[in-house]
Design a binder for this molecule. Structure first.
Ligand code: FAD
Length: 477
């Protein structure tokens, strides 16, 4: 195994999921020989890729990475634009909240369709190979006795020596599992008390959408919610997020009658659109949701983790894949900038990757938990809707001063941690504005905008008297 000259280095990527296949391609595009290993069977030779959610929201950070790899146009062919949230209250009324301004939108893409595009593009690269049915069990760093590199270990297969291992093997990463046995490696995993179940909404009899296809539909009900994201072809993937235990919980829905009663109680307007509700309920599992934090993301110059393996999060900001793709953008840019030519240079590059991306990972993890509360509890709250309208007006009048937190995360490339701090300042200003007694009558007045900017000025110049909300930590849910 030789190191130093890119095309003589042989890197392993563990995981041919969304992040691993994109990263593998980006490494090959930079002159490295790459082998991607995945524990699954080749999805093109059997059923579609199994696993979690059927569709995903792709936004600006994800698009940037796809553009960098030359795949954006191909992915656009399977992407459906989603302009905003469509909230459904108990009485069946629907409210629309645009996600951004102008043409800003997120895109619904099929997980399996996107994964197929990525794996196929990766395999078409002459210096990249994808091997399925390879279950990694960990690694051994070989930097003594004349050996140099890192051995990738497999279940029921011989070990293979590589220069570097990139662990893109998801939330329950075997590569990270081995890293946890390194001295001073921090690791925490936290399950949400809520799980999720998917239900399919078929197309109508004319093959069209049963509900408007330009929105992510939400039926917020306090401690639980139903969501629906459209797929090309007139269908929707609906997801019920609810507690595992308690009065209104998965545990308490035991019979078909319980399922119907639950939907009649909370989502009566959806029943006519869910002809397969009972079948889907009985065949789809209740899946769990967890958050994983760890540090560092690299072991010297030899092993590094990326995507969910480094920062698994709850799905409520639609940023898990997007942030994993952003990891690929940043890592490939670091390689482009420093063109590492020795183990010392790789070590310094991977240390920098950890330093830059770890705070971003922590911030988006917390933001995702925060958005869970927002979607579940707040999106149906009249005060919240007024707040969003006021914010939209401030942003329209002062686009250089005010950007809603959702836009900072979804439609910008500023570090997630900066988006989080900016969002907290704006929330503090909005808390003051919303505290005025007559806000529900006055929210459209220009003086509200002026007051918000004055408060923002005071905050930015350090002369404010506003209580800053405490950062939400992962333990707050
Ligand atoms: C319900 C839900 C909705 C979501 N919605 C969104 C969304 O709208 N937008 C968004 O950006 N994100 C979303 N996410 C998050 C997104 O799914 C993940 O962030 C993304 O899949 C992470 O990609 P990954 O490649 O890091 O990991 P994964 O997609 O988990 O891929 C890991 C790969 O590694 C392979 N593997 C695992 N272990 C081994 C092993 N030991 N050896 C070899 N191979 C192995 C697996 O087979 C798999 O192919 C959602 C997640 C959930 C659960």
């Amino acid at each position: 195994m030789k190191t130093g000259i890119p095309n003589q280095e042989h890197h392993a990527v563990v995981g041919a999921g969304l992040v691993g296949s994109l990263l593998g391609l980006m490494l090959a595009q930079r002159g490295y020989k790459v082998t991607i290993y995945d524990r699954r069977a080749d999805p093109r030779k059997g059923k579609a890729i199994e696993g979690r959610s059927i569709n995903l929201a792709l936004s600006d950070r994800g698009w940037r990475a796809l553009e960098k790899a030359g795949l954006a146009e191909k992915v656009r062919e399977i992407a459906l634009p989603i302009k905003g949230r469509r909230m459904h209250d108990h009485s069946g009324n629907e409210t629309f909240q645009a996600y951004g301004v102008g043409n800003q939108c997120i895109y619904s893409v099929s997980r399996s369709g996107l994964n197929l595009i990525l794996v196929t593009a990766a395999e078409e690269h002459p210096s990249l190979e994808v091997k399925f049915d390879f279950i990694s069990t960990g690694y051994t760093i070989e930097d003594q006795d004349g050996m140099s590199g890192v051995t990738l270990n497999f279940k029921n297969r011989p070990d293979i020596l590589h220069d570097r291992i990139f662990g893109a093997d998801g939330a329950f990463s075997a590569i990270r599992g081995k890293m946890t046995r390194t001295n001073r490696f921090d690791f925490s995993q936290q399950y949400l008390p809520h799980g999720y179940k998917e239900i399919f909404m078929s197309a109508n009899s004319q093959g069209g959408f049963r509900i408007s296809e330009d929105g992510l539909h939400i039926w917020p009900r306090g401690n639980f919610m139903l969501m629906a994201l459209p797929n090309p072809g007139g269908t929707f993937t609906c997801t019920l997020f609810a507690p595992f235990e308690g009065e209104e919980s998965f545990d308490n829905i035991k019979s078909n009658g319980d399922v119907m009663a639950f939907f009649e109680r909370h989502f009566p307007d959806t029943i006519q659109h869910l002809p397969n509700l009972i079948d889907d309920w009985n065949s789809n599992p209740v899946s769990s949701l967890c958050t994983v934090k760890c540090h560092p993301w690299n072991i010297k110059s030899r092993v590094v983790i990326i995507g969910d393996a480094a920062h698994a999060m709850v799905p409520f900001f639609g940023q898990g894949m997007n942030s994993g793709f952003e990891d690929c953008t940043i890592l490939s840019s670091l390689i482009d900038e420093s063109k590492p030519n020795s183990e010392a240079e790789w070590h310094s590059l991977l240390d920098k990757y950890t330093r830059v991306r770890k705070p971003a990972g922590d911030a988006i993890l917390d933001l995702a938990l925060h958005n869970y509360i927002v979607m579940r509890d707040k999106t149906g709250d009249p005060d919240y809707l007024i707040q969003k309208r006021i914010e939209a007006r401030i942003a329209a009048h002062h686009p250089d001063r005010w950007k809603p937190l959702y836009s900072l995360v979804t439609f910008s490339h500023i570090p997630y941690a900066d988006a989080w701090s900016r969002g907290e300042i704006q929330q503090a200003v909005m808390n003051e504005i919303m505290a005025s007694n007559d806000i529900s009558e006055n929210w459209e007045k220009d003086e509200i905008i002026a007051q918000a900017i004055k408060l923002l000025d005071a905050f930015e110049s350090g002369t404010d008297t506003i209580d800053r909300p405490l950062p939400l930590l992962s333990t707050d849910v």
